[in-house]
Write a protein that binds this ligand. Structure first.
Ligand code: GLA
Length: 421
């Protein structure tokens, strides 16, 4: 891919700053633009009241995606029951873009002959449609992006009937940040935030409810400033891929971010890889369970027309989806870890509690059988719950031994947890 090579270079060149941006000095250098963005003008949220659910073309099709694939995805969301399970957004990722004409209007390329007709088709299935661009001159794939055409593009999306925009930083780094503020990382971050604010305002000005998804890899704590500029979700990390190590690395990076989410604004640990690559069933289950526990957007990224029944069963597990979509909108947290086992919990509406016990290790070590410590979760006595992967009732007791195979998970919903006084 011509594009990805240059993206990697840009990202690599910027990587040291990704770390530096976490430091207090940079945070304080940026305090003034954040203050301005935190003004009481945060737009009322009418979209993404629960984490968005749907499908995105990138993780399986990448740059090969066509109009036909998007229609097939829409058809299959309906045929497989995924639409009924809550997956409504059909999102076209990068590589749909053609060239701008003399008026600046961006045309689609030959893979997408008629975007309005495609949007109408997706809508005719009772689904919604998403699209992709970025604040630079080029997208990550090297296609035309929105720099200098933000209002024009937002209006075009609204005219097409677009319901969701993923806005990906990429070439804005060399195009604007490094050019306009060479060596001044704080000033570069201000430029980045302003670029997202600009598209947020352009989308708002269309009057159409459009989910605004920020894709800038979690640089400079977007959870602190994205909601005020209309962001409904923001990537918290670099790209996911269909390997357990990458999924686990991303999972660990979510710890500590729970306090930033709520109805209308969500951390995005990236799209699902369930059903992709060589992930085992246990890994697919754990990945899906943990994204639900994190109140993450559930954007499937697999080959829907060829989905295996076991993958469909994971993606359509209504109990697990209900954890993700819980109306309270609280993200789960890691309670503790012990050896290769981690225990995470998520508070749910009605006083319920989800507990995930996951074996993140590549094998079973000395901690097996793992003795579940309910006291460390603030619970006392026997807890009656439902095992969300077997569908059976389960009673959790303190110090009960659990055998959890490598990369597998026990996910339990306790309707009425007995909390320590
Ligand atoms: C970046 C994003 C990915 C995908 C590609 C498309 O890498 O993080 O999710 O959108 O660009 O080029």
């Amino acid at each position: 891919m011509r594009m990805i090579a240059s993206l990697s270079l840009a990202v690599l060149a910027f990587a040291p700053f990704a770390i530096a941006a976490q430091s207090n000095s940079v945070a304080s250098a940026l305090s003034s633009p954040r203050m301005a963005l935190k003004a009481p003008s945060a737009p009322p949220q009418v979209v993404a009241l629960t984490p968005p659910m749907g499908w995105n073309s990138w993780n399986f099709f990448a740059e090969r995606v066509t109009d036909k694939d998007i229609r097939a995805a829409a058809d299959n969301l309906v045929a497989t029951g995924m639409k009924d399970a809550g997956y409504v957004y059909v999102n076209i990722d990068d590589t749909w873009e053609g060239e701008r004409d003399a008026t600046g209007l961006l045309h689609t390329n030959e893979k997408f002959p008629d975007m309005k007709a495609l949007a109408d088709y997706v809508h005719s299935k009772g689904l919604k449609i998403g699209i992709y661009s970025g604040p630079g001159t080029k997208t990550c794939g090297g296609y035309a992006a929105s720099l200098g055409h933000e209002e024009q593009d937002a209006k075009m999306y609204a005219d097409w009937g677009i319901d969701y925009l993923k806005y990906d930083l990429c070439s804005f780094i060399p195009d604007v940040m490094e050019k306009q503020a060479p060596g001044d990382k704080a000033a570069q971050m201000k430029l980045m935030i302003a670029a997202y604010e600009k598209m947020g305002a352009a989308l708002k000005a269309t009057g159409r409810p459009i989910v605004f998804s920020l894709c800038q890899y979690g640089w400079d704590s977007p959870w602190e400033w994205a909601p005020a500029l209309g962001g409904n979700l923001w990537r918290t990390t670099g790209d996911i891929d269909a390997h357990w190590d990458r999924i686990y690395t991303i999972l660990e990076q979510q710890d500590g971010l729970a306090k930033y989410v709520g109805p209308g604004h969500w951390n995005d640990p990236d799209m699902l890889e369930v059903g992709n690559g060589k992930l085992s069933l246990a890994e697919n289950r754990s990945h899906f369970s943990m994204w639900a526990l994190l109140a993450a957007p559930l954007l499937a990224g697999n080959d829907l027309p060829n989905m295996k029944p076991a993958i469909k069963a994971i993606l359509t597990n209504k109990d697990v989806i209900a954890i993700d979509q819980d109306a309270l909108g609280k993200q789960g947290k890691k309670a503790y870890s012990d050896g290769e086992v981690e225990v995470w919990t998520r508070e749910l509406s009605g006083g319920a509690l989800a507990i995930a016990v996951i074996n993140v290790g590549s094998d079973r070590y000395s901690t097996h059988p793992f003795l579940l410590n309910l006291q460390r979760l603030g619970l006392v006595g026997t807890q009656a719950g439902k095992n969300l992967w077997t569908g059976k009732d389960i009673s959790l007791t303190n110090r009960m031994p659990l055998e959890i195979p490598s990369h597998d998970i026990l996910l339990v919903r306790i309707a009425s947890p007995k909390m320590a006084p």
